[in-house]
Design a protein around this ligand. Structure first.
Ligand SMILES: Nc1ncnc2c1ncn2[C@@H]1O[C@H](COP(=O)(O)OP(=O)(O)OP(=O)(O)O)[C@@H](O)[C@H]1O
Ligand SMILES: [Mg+2]
Length: 277
């Protein structure tokens, strides 16, 4: 789906933001990208979406070279991007106009635009939203995601989409992203919420524009020191599981969610006949 080869990116100002990046992301994969402020996450996200073009090296999205101007519409149909601040992404006051805008640019016929909007607004539970500027930040982010989904991309890149939202908004958007992955979309998720990396199959850690580490979620337990070394926190669930392990209690959970962890804990302690008075 995404093949990045020997990518370097230098801003016009001379900042060398990315160095020798090589990344392969398969169709249907969920990849999280983390790293300190200024490590190059957003720059990489924009290069993946074809918004910025490589200074050196290549970015191929479903074999479309992002530098190939003749394939720009194909690229837009294949990959979408959602940014941190939905207010920078919403152009029109009317929610449906905003969703229709990108589709018109892609040359989608009006009847199909209406069908897609009806389908996506229902799916995203935004049918009742009318004036986009009157919505909360979390609701605006839902509209932004809906507008991207209307383009029917195979892959969506999220660049810290929950950073400006309250706790409920964060949870809602995170749940939407996990559901989109379950539906088969390829997801690249730049996040500063370390607990959220547990939803991904694979984690890429950027440091000063380099890919410093890359590992599968299951390998996270063996790589905690690497996160710490780069000043990143340990996901809470991983921390609890490791502390229990140190006490001789091994937790084998499938999906790393708090609910699953609590269930596994309850199963572990129930034979001990713990009674609560
Ligand atoms: N438009 C720009 N012009 C010049 N330099 C830029 C521009 N955008 C980013 N940079 C620089 O490129 C480097 C990488 O920035 P980038 O925004 O990609 O990092 P980031 O990991 O997304 O950071 P954050 O966690 O703050 O979002 C930084 O040194 C930054 O100052
Ligand atoms: Mg950023």
């Amino acid at each position: 789906m995404i093949a990045i080869k020997d990518l370097d990116y230098i801003y016009k100002s001379g900042v060398h933001a990315l160095h020798s990046i090589n990344v392969h992301i398969k169709k249907g994969e969920f990849v999280a990208i983390v790293g300190h402020n200024g490590s190059g996450k957003s720059t990489l996200a924009k290069l993946m979406a074809g918004i910025e073009l490589p200074s050196q090296g290549t970015v191929l999205i479903n074999n479309i070279n992002t530098k190939d101007k003749s394939r720009i519409l194909d690229l837009r149909k294949t990959i979408g991007i959602v940014f941190q601040n939905p207010e920078n992404q919403i152009v029109f006051e009317k929610v449906t106009d905003d969703m229709a805008f990108g589709l018109k640019n892609l040359g989608v016929p009006p009847a199909e635009i209406d069908t897609r909007i009806a389908h996506i607004t229902k799916m995203m539970k935004i049918e009742d939203f009318s004036d986009a500027f009157d919505l909360s930040m979390g609701q605006k982010q839902r509209v932004t995601i809906a507008s991207v989904l209307a383009m029917q991309p195979a892959c969506i890149i999220f660049d810290e989409p929950t950073a400006m939202l309250d706790p409920k908004g964060k949870k809602d958007i995170h749940t939407i992203i996990v559901d989109l992955h379950k539906k088969g979309l390829t997801i690249v998720y730049v996040t500063n919420v370390i607990d959220e990396v547990l939803s991904a199959d694979r984690i890429i850690i950027l440091n000063h524009g380099h890919i410093q580490y890359e590992f599968k979620k299951e390998e996270l337990f063996d790589n905690i020191e690497k996160l710490k070394e780069l000043g990143l926190e340990t996901p809470m669930i991983v921390d609890i599981i490791m502390r229990l392990k140190n006490k001789g209690i091994t937790m084998a959970i499938k999906d790393y969610t708090i609910d699953n962890l609590i269930e596994a804990l309850l199963e572990t302690i129930s034979p001990l006949a713990v009674t609560v008075s």
